[in-house]
Design a protein around this ligand. Structure first.
Ligand code: ZN
Length: 378
């Protein structure tokens, strides 16, 4: 019987240790994960997406905090396809400040799998929202025939269940009695032409409506900007998400979901409510902003800084700094410049022009009207 000598044994042990080390390095590199010390047959990978938050950057606008909000989303507690927690995770990952889950009161195709309480989606999401510090606004969508009455989101509710009544005006009045902020949703959705119907005229006249969606999902309703101005309603952009939030081409292009920018005194639920009730909103989607003129001017003045660099022959050189994470497309005299988000652009303009005339090609201040506003030169 052959035995291993002491020297051979040591060589064999060293070889085994080296082989184990090399194999572990190779397998980690090959699979890109980390082997657990507890279970050698398990490999861990880093997690992506829901655990990661990227916060778009915005300086304060005229002393107000910029809050990024989506006040129109759905879950399986109406006709959405996601569990309430997912709405919170998505919004937190995208860097939003606040969302509302606005499940339909009247349309709940999955009711036999859920329950009869209209507060449930909020109650579930609130636990997660509190954990991660996302502001969750309690809301519901009052839903009637689109061609005759339409859909309305009631925000800042105490209890959604009393809204479950037959008469739509009564539902709106009940919400208002709870101190709700009410938005007329997607006025141009699923209709051939967009106009104000009797029911809408009556509830606006009664003072039940505070705001109107100008962007919903992928739709833009320019005429609703005019109505917002004429009827003193705030402008809203919302995803109306039913499935998960788009993570494909739009995300690659750096385009976020439709967002309402609220200018708030403080980044809290109360600050948000005050900002909305005071009408300080800008609607934003596809890098297009829709807002009332005064707010649009305050927004560009706070985000853009124009500096004269000096004369260059018959021209003058300037540098334009964009301090926020929305790009600007600007026509200056006869030239057009694109200022990417959080970037600076240099340009020249004839020195003999007494002032620089700016038109913001991606900012609407009324139906078919772009913002014309000359920036101060420093
Ligand atoms: Zn909806």
């Amino acid at each position: 019987m052959r035995t291993i000598s002491g020297k051979s044994f040591k060589v064999a042990v060293i070889f085994l240790i080296a082989a184990t080390f090399l194999f572990s390095v190779k397998s980690s590199a090959q699979w890109g994960g980390t082997k657990t010390t507890l279970n050698p047959n398990k490999v861990f990978y880093p997690s992506y997406g829901v655990m990661e938050r990227s916060r778009p950057s915005f300086p304060d606008v005229s002393g107000y905090k910029v809050m990024l909000c989506d006040f129109h989303t759905h879950t399986i507690f109406s006709d959405g396809l996601v569990w309430p927690d997912i709405r919170v995770s998505e919004a937190w990952s995208e860097g939003l400040d606040a969302i509302s889950i606005t499940d339909h009161i009247e349309y709940r195709p999955f009711k036999k799998y859920t329950n009869n309480d209209h507060n449930t989606s909020y109650d579930i999401a609130k636990v997660t929202a509190d954990k991660v510090g996302l502001i969750l606004v309690k809301g519901s969508e009052i839903t009637r025939t689109q061609r005759t009455m339409g859909h309305f989101n009631a925000l800042f509710l105490n209890d959604s269940n009393p809204l479950d009544v037959k008469d739509p005006k009564e539902a709106l009045r009940t919400a208002k009695a709870q101190g709700a902020y009410i938005i007329w949703n997607h006025p141009g959705w699923a209709v051939d032409s967009t106009f104000i119907r009797d029911f809408q005229r009556e509830v606006i006249k009664e003072g039940l409506i505070d705001a109107i969606e100008v962007f919903n999902n992928t739709e833009f309703y320019p005429v609703s900007m005019r109505w917002a101005i004429e009827k003193n309603l705030a402008m809203i952009a919302a995803s109306d998400a039913h499935g998960s939030i788009e993570k494909g081409r739009l995300a690659e292009l750096g385009i976020m979901r439709p967002l309402t920018i609220v200018l708030a005194k403080e980044r809290t639920l109360e600050g948000l409510k005050e900002g909305l009730k005071s009408g300080r909103t800008l609607a934003c989607f596809h890098n297009i902003i829709a807002a009332k003129r005064e707010l649009a001017i305050e927004f560009v003045n706070s985000n853009l800084h124009l500096k004269r660099l000096g004369a260059n022959g018959s021209n003058t050189d300037y540098i334009l700094d964009n301090k926020c994470d929305i790009p600007f497309h600007i026509k200056i005299g006869r030239q057009e410049i694109f200022v990417p988000k959080s970037s600076s652009v240099r340009f020249s303009a004839p020195s003999n022009s007494s002032d620089l005339k700016f038109t913001f090609m991606n900012i609407f201040v009324n139906e078919n009207e772009l913002l014309a506003h000359d920036l101060q030169i420093f």
